[in-house]
Design a protein around this ligand. Structure first.
Ligand code: NAP
Ligand code: ZN
Ligand code: ZN
Length: 351
């Protein structure tokens, strides 16, 4: 297989900063498109993976799975895209395509494991996959998304992970008019969850640990905002919510949130802290409550989400940074000091 090299930013060890490096990409095969990356969002999963917080990171690691760009080459068998089209790539670049999950449009739950955009196994080059903190990426057209025309491009990039990761469980648990929904942790995922749940017609209650986000969450669309460190405010919301989307990246007490669910309510974790979260049986039993998890979304649903956001004019609130500022951005993200998503302007990598 023929390869070429591109500039990228990645890390060689869990405790090392990200720095510029050179990686290889395959030249397009029949079903591939090559994308010149314009913007890439900075997801907390990038940080968890770069620092090996979940274990299993293969180094060097080049993160980035909120990719938007323009197509520069298409393979001879490509039918869905043309050179010059805008395109997006999210958290997966392939899957087995044969198992029940893949056939059901749920490639993220591929029984053989989906191939993640970074730190997955690249079956073409037989090494780890490298993500969007790079100049170009080559992806099978079946895992490439169409980007709605009118949306701001930098602010659209986070839809490819934060957007679909919140949209999918909101759809799965029937969020809409007449439903009271809690969103916990207003970072990249949480702020998209608020916007999308509101656009679906739900009554949205935000739970944040950050005083500075209390007023701002109303601007994002929240009907109510609760400072989760205030026990009295938490108590007044007991048994009031049909569904809670937990987007928190670090240790926190999920029992405090399970108690806010009505009978038969569900709390779904999308946030993935590195350590187990203790659950008291008595947070679940008395209200026949459920605790669930959800992983990104399938390709068809990701396109549905992008089209939904296009219709409702929903994008992420972003702070655009240079690639060279990524280490500072990681540190600020850990402090919750971003409203609400860093997005890398990939032109800075060409400097
Ligand atoms: P983020 O932008 O850093 O947001 C995380 C938010 O969690 C913070 O803004 C903060 O919200 C809250 N938080 C942070 N530390 C906390 C603590 N110690 N106690 C309580 N709250 C805390 O991260 P993100 O990119 O949205 O990602 C969130 C999580 O989802 C990460 O673990 C990420 O890996 C995971 N993720 C999962 C999927 C999936 O498919 N399931 C996909 C993408 C990401 P407040 O300031 O409002 O309290
Ligand atoms: Zn992500
Ligand atoms: Zn499969």
């Amino acid at each position: 297989m023929s390869i070429y090299t591109v500039k990228a930013f990645g890390t060689a060890a869990p405790e090392a900063d990200l720095k510029q490096m050179t990686i290889d990409r395959r030249t397009v095969t029949a079903k591939d498109v090559e994308i010149d990356i314009l913007y890439c969002g900075v997801c907390h999963s990038d940080l968890h993976t770069a620092r090996n917080e979940w274990g299993g990171t293969v180094y060097p690691n080049v993160p980035g799975h909120e990719i938007v760009g323009r197509i520069t080459h298409v393979g001879s068998g490509v039918t869905k895209f043309n050179v010059g089209d805008l395109a997006g790539v999210g958290c997966m670049v392939d899957s087995c395509r044969e198992c029940d999950s893949c056939k059901g449009g749920l490639e993220q739950y591929c029984e053989k494991g989906n191939i993640q955009t970074y730190n997955g196994h690249d079956t073409h080059l037989n090494r780890q996959t490298f993500g969007g903190y790079s100049e170009r990426v080559v992806v099978d057209e079946d895992f490439v998304l169409r980007i709605p025309d009118k949306l701001d491009l930098a602010a659209t990039a986070p839809l490819l992970c934060a957007g679909i990761t919140t949209y999918s469980p909101l759809r799965r648990w029937d969020v809409g008019a007449g439903k009271r929904v809690g969103v916990v942790g207003i970072g990249g995922l949480g702020h998209m969850g608020v916007k999308i749940a509101k656009a679906m017609g739900a009554y949205v209650v935000v739970f944040t640990t950050s005083l500075s986000k209390v007023a701002d969450a109303k601007r994002l669309g929240a009907d109510e905002v609760i400072l989760s460190t205030d026990n009295e405010q938490m108590r007044t919301h007991a048994k009031s919510l049909h569904f809670i989307l937990d987007c928190v990246s670090a240790q926190h007490d999920i029992n405090a949130y399970l108690k806010l669910l009505k009978r038969d309510g569900t709390l779904t974790l999308v946030g993935a802290p590195e350590l187990p979260l203790p659950v008291s049986p008595f947070s679940l039993i008395p209200g026949r409550r459920s605790l669930a998890g959800s992983l990104i979304g399938g390709i068809a649903e990701t396109q549905e989400m992008l089209d939904f956001c296009g219709r409702h004019n929903i994008v992420s609130d972003v702070e655009v940074i240079r690639m060279q500022d990524i280490n500072e951005a990681f540190d600020r993200m850990l402090k919750g000091d971003v409203k609400y998503r860093f997005v890398i302007d990939m032109a800075s990598l060409k400097d």
